[in-house]
Design a protein around this ligand. Structure first.
Ligand code: 26V
Length: 814
């Protein structure tokens, strides 16, 4: 379900009658149905195709303009784009929501009903992929010529359902009804090689690679429309196809499976998104995916550059290649190969060219999350690239030694020799880039002192910070139309084009009438979410209670476990002293665990088991409910965020690079309970420390505490904690399977790596401070308004302007 969007200056309504005719034409001639035989999916497709025609006009104009002006272009390489649904967003960006609603109504179709059957394009795991989607939309809005490159997975992130309290996974099928947004471009097909051998090689010189195997990469383009249809950028996703899809001889001899073997092997590359969020995917197929999309994208952009400008040497003036994490880090070696081997540029000049073109964004410092590939695998799959990497490394180490004879080469080297010779992809991306950035102030400074410290000494100006951002079009105007309308009234309707004026909302923070409007909007959003929860889980939640939400991938460092332990402590306290004036809460959880991440799956199980007990306890039911919403995705986030009163951002300090959910909640007026981690610090700076509830250890304190082994003493100091751990490990929430959580609790007692125990007591006390604020509505809504007013800076338009100015060196209008 989607709220109605404002029929304000942002959405003039427009040409209902024309649109109606266009929808009918699409239904008839593109889908081959009549209004009488059309189902909801047919209507949705017809409406999207009608809208798409208009988007294409803008899109082509944007492309023509950028060719004509010969402007520099951004190529955003990302293995993930977590787009979600597009119809409502594109309509709203185009200012056609009202006209579309009217046109469909005349055809007997309800816009809101068909919007919600559009499948989410879930080509990403979480924050990194959603960030890429927000950035494309901002580039389209601001007018940064850009092309996003990625993979057109047949299956996006797995679907999650809960059975017996446990996560189950099913394949995701977003293409079942085809994808009306995309345009297949068979004429843009490239050959991608693997394996084989290198011939005619000289050190730092040209060589010829003769691959033993190759697959085709076929382009599929999707236009991403900017706000007010200011411009459109292209998302180009690659699909893998076999060169010889059918071995006719084998087929005719009756070997029907063998006849398709090559096809299956090739097409596996673009078949599924890797869901691994717990261990970096070490499989060969993942390396193939990475090379496949990187190589196709580089061939495409170099070909285009030469077509337009004649010579590869001017590439850095006309192209910025942004690497979204290390997944496309092979671009460094592949671009060297193209320039040296195919274009006969000498090594040093090629290296300067590559370095001036590429930049890299790091999204995590967790050592176990940093990609490395075995040298042996690289040699087998990409022999020329491995040679190039060795050559880059040799030159670099020579220089490092000359400049600093005492340098520790083993930490600088592109090859990690300690774990069986592996290529460090973050080092490769760093060396090949002119600028490397972190995604929050804290994260960027930790980059300088931890993982990249040795490289930072040699390149002291290379690391920059660009704090992440979120698009206000989807996450405020789209998801919370009523609040957007109130903001337009109080800050001026220019807010739709200049989110900066949202700070004027602060003037209303003490205004009782505005506070009541904000409260009423929240209540309506909570009712909408409550309907969804009832449909999905059967639980009827109390909309008058505080909605306390933690929605994100399930990971130990994000500490959903600490949250549920605190929930149990609260439940016990309510039962012990039922006569006290407890503030009613609904604890909302949603998130997927990687299928092989057993600890995270146990935590999901525990949340559901606790929910089963708590929600059936007549003694506490009015004051405490626990809900786990299955199958978390972008669309679920769009429902939960505008309905949340409290946002849980409680990662172990130093471990969440930035977070972007934290920004979405605060912009929508939720208060944050959070640690001094990632962008939480910057949210505190902007909303003011009285308007956010901060607790817990700092990143430095976490670092210092890591060596200690005094968990029993920590537990001993909190009776709440010791009681909960005891109860959980004894099976109080899993009576049918009392040993279910014994290991989970035992591991926690043994090693509190994520400071779940050590931060517990300050977290619990912080929750009671939240209760005290909730008990005073005037104080609460004042803070809510100040959160919204303070968060305009987190717009992805601001982030993109920073990238353009500091990293891509491109002029943009302000
Ligand atoms: C991957 C893995 C794999 C191995 C073990 C643990 C682990 C933990 C996290 C990840 C994800 C790494 C990349 C990523 O998605 N980072 C997220 O990027 C967001 C956008 O910059 C940022 O807001 C999140 O804080 C960050 O976790």
């Amino acid at each position: 379900m989607t709220a109605s969007r404002p029929r304000s200056a942002a959405d003039p309504g427009g040409d209902t009658a024309v649109l109606k005719q266009e929808i009918l034409r699409k239904l008839t001639y593109s889908i081959g149905k009549t209004p009488a035989t059309a189902g909801d999916h047919d209507w949705l497709t017809a409406a999207i195709l009608a809208l798409r025609d208009r988007i294409i006009d803008t899109w082509q104009q944007t492309t023509i303009d950028s060719y004509r002006t010969g402007r520099k272009r951004v190529y955003y390489l990302s293995l993930e784009f977590l787009i979600g649904r597009s119809f409502a967003n594109a309509l709203s960006n185009f200012g056609l929501t009202g006209a579309m609603r009217g046109a469909l109504a005349e055809l007997g179709v309800d816009l809101e009903a068909i919007e919600t059957i559009e499948p989410d394009a879930a080509l990403g795991n979480g924050g990194l992929g959603r960030l890429a989607a927000c950035y494309l939309e901002s580039m389209a809005t601001i007018g940064v010529p850009c092309r996003g490159y990625g993979i057109r997975y047949d299956h996006g992130l797995f679907k999650q359902f809960i059975a017996g309290g446990q996560q189950m996974e099913a394949p995701e099928e977003w293409l079942t009804f085809r994808n009306p947004w995309e345009l297949e471009r068979p004429e843009n097909t490239y050959q991608i090689g693997f394996g084989g051998a290198v011939v005619d090689t000289t050190p730092f010189g040209r060589a010829t690679w003769a691959p033993s195997e190759s697959v085709f990469a076929v382009a599929y383009d999707t236009p991403i429309i900017g706000w007010r249809s200011a411009g459109a950028v292209t998302l180009r996703l690659w699909r893998a196809r076999a060169e010889n899809p059918l071995q006719l001889k084998a087929f005719n001899e009756g070997d029907h499976l063998g006849a398709h073997a090559e096809r299956n092997r090739a097409e596996a590359i673009s078949s599924v998104l890797y869901p691994n969020d717990s261990t970096p995917a070490g499989q060969e197929l993942r390396l193939r995916q990475e090379y496949f999309f990187t190589a196709a994208s580089l061939q495409d952009l170099v070909r285009r550059h030469i077509q337009q400008f004649g010579n590869v040497r001017s590439l850095p003036e006309k192209a910025s290649i942004q690497l979204n994490d290390t997944h496309p880090a092979l671009a460094v070696a592949e671009l060297m190969r193209i320039v040296v081997d195919d274009h006969a540029v000498d090594w040093s000049e090629a290296w300067s060219l590559v370095n001036a073109t590429i930049s890299y964004t790091n999204h995590t410092l967790l050592p176990e999350a940093l990609e490395t590939w075995p040298v042996s695998l690289m040699e087998r799959l990409l022999p020329r690239h491995m040679q190039i990497i060795f050559a880059i490394n040799a030159r670099f180490l020579e220089r490092a030694l000359a400049e600093t004879p005492t340098a520790d080469l083993s930490r600088l080297s592109l090859i990690d020799e300690h774990h069986g010779r592996r290529v460090r992809m973050a080092h490769l991306a760093f060396l090949g880039s002119h600028t490397v950035n972190g995604v929050s102030e804290l994260h960027s400074s930790l980059m300088r002192t931890t993982v990249f410290e040795p490289l930072h000494r040699i390149f002291p100006t290379r690391i920059r910070n660009v704090t992440n951002g979120i698009t206000p079009r989807r996450w405020l105007f789209g998801a919370n139309a009523a609040l957007a309308e109130l903001l337009a009234e109080t800050c001026g309707s220019e807010i739709f084009d200049d989110i900066g004026v949202i700070d004027r909302f602060a003037r209303c923070c003490g205004d009782a009438a505005v506070q009541q409007r904000v409260a009423a909007i929240r209540l309506a959003n909570k009712e909408r979410l409550a309907d969804y929860i009832r449909r999905e889980t059967g639980i009827a939640v109390n909309v008058r209670a505080m909605f306390d939400a933690q929605i994100k991938r399930v990971h130990e460092y994000k500490r959903q476990l600490m949250n549920i332990i605190e929930t149990i402590a609260l439940y016990d306290a309510m039962r012990a002293e039922p006569y006290l004036d407890w503030q009613p809460r609904v604890k909302i959880f949603a998130g997927k665990a990687a299928s092989n991440y057993l600890t995270a799956k146990r935590v999901i199980n525990l949340i559901n088991d606790v929910a089963a007990v708590v929600n059936n306890d007549a003694m506490t039911r009015d004051r405490l409910q626990v809900v786990f919403i299955p199958n978390y995705n972008v669309s679920v986030a769009e429902l939960v965020i505008p309905a949340a009163d409290l946002s849980e951002q409680i990662s172990t300090a130093g471990m969440e690079a930035s977070g972007t959910g934290n920004m979405k909640f605060a912009l929508n007026g939720a208060l944050t309970i959070g640690t001094l981690d990632g962008a939480n610090l910057e949210i505190r700076e902007r909303v003011g420390e009285d308007n956010i509830v901060i607790f817990g250890m700092t990143a430095d304190e976490v670092e210092a505490a890591r060596g200690r082994s005094d968990t029993e003493a920590v537990i001993g100091r909190s009776p709440y904690l010791s009681d909960v751990l005891e109860a959980v490990s004894q099976g109080a929430f899993s009576p049918g399977d009392p040993g279910r959580y014994a290991d989970l609790v035992r591991d926690l007692r043994h090693n509190d790596w994520f400071m779940t125990l050590r931060d517990f007591e300050t977290y619990r006390q912080a929750q009671r401070r939240v209760d005290a604020l909730w008990a005073d509505p005037g104080a609460w809504w004042r803070r809510s308004i100040l959160n919204t007013a303070g968060c305009g800076w987190f717009s992805s338009d601001r982030a993109i302007r920073q990238y353009a100015a500091d990293i891509w060196h491109m002029p943009v209008e302000t």
